[in-house]
Design a binder for this molecule. Structure first.
Ligand SMILES: NC(=O)c1ccc[n+]([C@@H]2O[C@H](COP(=O)([O-])OP(=O)(O)OC[C@H]3O[C@@H](n4cnc5c(N)ncnc54)[C@H](OP(=O)(O)O)[C@@H]3O)[C@@H](O)[C@H]2O)c1
Length: 322
């Protein structure tokens, strides 16, 4: 049986994402075959496509998706054909059908539409572990983050507000600023206004923590924004990777902490995965968190979706529909 999927023969720009015919894979021990309803687009796939992260070729990207189980491999007990599922931890989900380890899937609550479910697991669980585990946010913390209208940014701001923090964020256009504000951010400013805003909001003390997914362009500004013993959570490099730096910088800045976390290290057991997916889907089902799906591209146009994400043209979530 055949399907269509995206394949990359060698690292390069968005044009290397080719829509090709391929075999539908067979689920092995503990795996299921899922018909993909929506594959979420995430920055990691641009790093993999362009060669920033090493992958084996031919490579089919795709980490996050939602869909319906169509076939069970041997030994799968807790899922059945027809179940609606989603995950942040798949491989090769830029496909019409994807094989995935059953234990990596969460069931989608009946009240959540399958496409919406495809928009949530990766960016939702990322915002969850950033705020609940990587640096544990306390009520009354002042937090700086960037790209407040981005996929992670909109969810992160809403979670920070649920936890009682004051949120300073950035956005590069007025439309993006309006979205970040609507998500609850207290201060939404241009990137070059960050130092003054932090000074004004904290009376010169600095923020408790910075969540920085921009990387190269903002790293220094993030360190400078921290209060004594503050924490910088560097979780991405949308502007490029941060070059090596002198650890004495942390001493001089006031016993600062820097961490560079990765979602995979915060989804290590069924309990941890269930906690994060359960909270994220639960908050959406209860209306505590709003998910913005700003664009849906046919899977065949994955290259155009990558180009738009890297060109800062997107807001919220971008989905690929097979
Ligand atoms: N470590 C983890 O576990 C983990 C998991 C998920 C995502 N991430 C990281 O989280 C970050 C955000 O991911 P996302 O998928 O939600 O993307 P996104 O925020 O929707 O898009 C990136 C945004 O970054 C801002 N930006 C600033 N400088 C940029 C530049 N030079 N090039 C491109 N964008 C720039 C843009 O917003 P403005 O135009 O408003 O500045 C852009 O829209 C990425 O760095 C990603 O790698 C990390």
């Amino acid at each position: 049986m055949k399907q269509f999927q995206i394949q990359v023969a060698q690292a390069g720009g968005p044009e290397v994402l080719e829509y090709v015919e391929a075999d539908i894979p067979t689920p092995g021990e503990g795996q299921v075959l899922v018909q993909v309803a929506a594959a979420g687009l995430n920055f990691i796939e641009t790093y993999q496509r362009s060669g920033v992260y090493e992958v084996d070729y031919p490579f089919t990207p795709g980490t996050e998706f939602s869909g319906t189980v169509t076939e069970l491999g041997p030994g799968v007990k807790h899922l059945k054909v027809g179940d609606r599922v989603a995950t942040a931890e798949a491989t090769r989900s830029y496909s019409q059908y994807a094989v995935v380890d059953a234990e990596l899937l969460g069931k989608v609550p009946d009240s959540i539409d399958l496409r919406l479910a495809g928009a949530l697991p990766l960016q939702g669980c990322t915002a969850h572990y950033l705020t609940h585990s990587s640096y544990m946010v306390r009520s009354k913390d002042v937090i700086l983050t960037y790209a407040g209208a981005g996929g992670v940014g909109l969810l992160l701001t809403q979670m920070l507000k649920l936890m009682g923090a004051t949120v300073i964020t950035t956005a590069s256009t007025q439309e993006k600023k309006d979205l970040a504000k609507a998500a609850g951010a207290d201060y939404v400013v241009d990137y070059d206004q960050v130092p003054q805003t932090v000074k004004d909001v904290t009376g010169g003390a600095g923020v408790n923590a910075v969540y920085d997914g921009i990387g190269k362009d903002t790293f220094e500004m993030s360190l400078n924004a921290l209060k004594r013993r503050g924490t910088l959570v560097l979780f991405g490099g949308a502007s490029g990777q941060v070059p090596p730096f002198d650890l004495q910088r942390l001493n001089a800045g006031g016993s600062l902490t820097v961490t560079r976390p990765n979602l995979a290290d915060f989804m290590t057991t069924p309990q941890e995965r269930g906690w994060r997916l359960g909270d994220v889907f639960g908050w959406v089902a209860e209306g505590k968190i709003d998910v913005r799906i700003a664009a849906e591209y046919p899977l065949a146009e994955a290259g155009e979706a990558h180009r738009a994400l890297e060109a800062r043209e997107t807001t919220g979530k971008v989905l690929l529909i097979p």
